[in-house]
Write a protein of this length. Sequence first.
Lengths: 170, 398
Amino acid sequence: VDAGGSGFADFVAARGAALQRTAWLLTGDWGMAQDLVQSSLARVWPRWERITRRDDPEIYVRQVMVNTWSTWRRRRWTGEHASRDPLDSPAPGDIATEVTLRLAVRQLLATLTDRQRTIVVLRIFDDLSEAQVAQVLGCAVGTVKSTMSQALTKLRDDPRLAELAEREIR
Amino acid sequence: MTEEEVEMQLNRLFHAAVGDPPGYVSLSAIRRLVVVRRIVMSVTVTVAIVLAGCVGLAVSADATGPTPASVSGQAGAPPRYYFEEGTINIKASPGFRQQNVIRATATGAVTGTVRCPWPHSNVGESAVAAPQTFYLTCFRGHRDAAQNFVTTGTRIYKFTLTGAGRPVGYSLVPGGVFPGESVGSLTVAASGSDFAAIVGPGRPGTGSKILVVNARTGARAAWRGDMLPGGVRFGTPELSLTASGRELGAFGRGKCVKKDQGCRSPGEEMLVLSPALKGGQIASGRKIFVQSQVVNPLDGFINDAFLTPDGTAAIAGVADSAFVGIVQVSASTGKTVRVLYRRNTGNGFSYRFLSVDPTGKYLLFDAGPPRGPVNGWINNGTLIRLKPQDDSAGSEAW
């Protein structure tokens, strides 16, 4: 299996962590985020040469990632597989503040629908344009705009966001 | 907060919360996944090819024709689609609403709508030849001053189904044009070689005849005369053809017209007219059974009866005050040889229809207690209910 040669390896090395961060915001779990990114990359690898001929292969990879995540969400089972290596390693130092913030963000995102959460993450965290988000999700730009607006209204009305903002100021 | 401020706030929070992943995706892990995916895919393809081969063998074995032992109720896959005629959707609309649709047997999903290609005509009756070739009567008419329906013409079309159950390939059947006449009791040989129907004048009255038509050349033969020996009039028969089209089964009710001469009404009875395409007098037909051989004539009825494709037996839908059922009657002895389905109904029954597929294996049945009739197909003596269960079909064919 060496389709795409070193180009694919370079992409994984350069963008793997960023993709995992996006995947964490979608899934709320580092283990699942890693699975999601690996599964998505495994899907695109055999077609890597063809994909790189496109303007932006990362958009395509994100598209596969979002679709894979939607498929997993629709399944009744979680698709867990036994792994030889532990997914989490012990963190150094005091992580209480970091964990509290992470939990709060996860809870905040959990109030959104799958589609709203995906659009918010791609627009705000990955800084994709509305057209790019529409391309990833395979929908109209207008749909992205309206869904984004609904999601922001929902989040703005959530008292947890104001609380987090205050904590950040302190 | 404005939307822009919310976005900025969220951006800061996301970056602060995400941090660095505890572990990174590795190329070796991705490679393992790719290999596993390829193995799974090749195994799936291999299994699919093997299964397709098995199904192909089964189909080719089945195509050699039905055997007498396989008559009705065998386990296996029934036809994928059936034609539902004149749906009366009681729950959806209180009034009569006619729909002629193709439904998937397994799910009840409507896969297509059946329409007459003849402009300004209505769907009448249907019959089916193998493999799922539907014959359809389309009629035109109007009501006269006395509110009687006057048929101004009838045509017979046929169509087939796509793999997805959509009706396609409508064509006028040779010999299927009947100007000014009404056509009823349509039946077609499983091979599609011939069809038969009762053809009468457009206005209600006498003068009907049974026509057997060669579906390739349009050649016709007529069976006439409804008087049987002993002063019995044979009323409005239901027709069926054997697979080859050689024998025509005519099921109807015999009634005395000259009681003073010691005539006794035989009730329902079935005759075989052969060779079907030769025509002649109905009275010359061979009698298979009379009502008293199958049910108790005091409170029982035979509602429908068809010849099996091989002509060795008849399949009859029967009922009396305590049960409804389907029986197989020997064509040589007239005796019931097998009960294919029986449902106790208590006091009274409701009966709508029985129909048989071209192989004679699969039966569609709608009957039961007056307050709870059931509609389904018969599988080894069990009725498998069709969906949707809230619909009440006028008739069904497959």
